[in-house]
Write a protein that binds this ligand. Structure first.
Ligand SMILES: [Zn+2]
Length: 105
């Protein structure tokens, strides 16, 4: 019986440890979600800037093509820049829509 009790205590310790780990992972997931949201907004800003720039080449003191450079960088960083999946990560490799979008420019 004594062995059983110590087994239970050991088990309890493990569960406590797992709960701690779970809490840590949960916090990490929250942080990643926040970061993801922030990055998505940044990407949208870049996209909006690009649309504005291509809509009116004369305005702004940025070099022409900078918006496109940013989009190409985004694409190379593994994000979609096409209308269909804009801002989502490009886990499946090359995207035909993104490539089509880039080739049009
Ligand atoms: Zn795409």
């Amino acid at each position: 019986m004594k062995q059983f009790t110590s087994l239970l205590i050991e088990f309890e310790e493990r569960v406590k440890h797992l709960v701690e780990e779970l809490q840590f992972l949960k916090m990490r997931a929250y942080a990643l979600e926040d970061e993801n949201e922030k990055l998505r907004k940044e990407i949208m800003d870049v996209y909006q800037y690009y649309l504005k720039e291509t809509g009116d080449h004369k305005k702004g003191d940025q070099k022409p093509g900078q918006g496109l450079d940013n989009l190409i960088r985004l694409y190379n960083d593994g994000f979609h820049i096409c209308n269909l999946h804009f801002g989502q990560s490009r886990s499946e490799g090359d995207c035909l829509f993104c490539r089509g979008f880039l080739e049009k420019r």
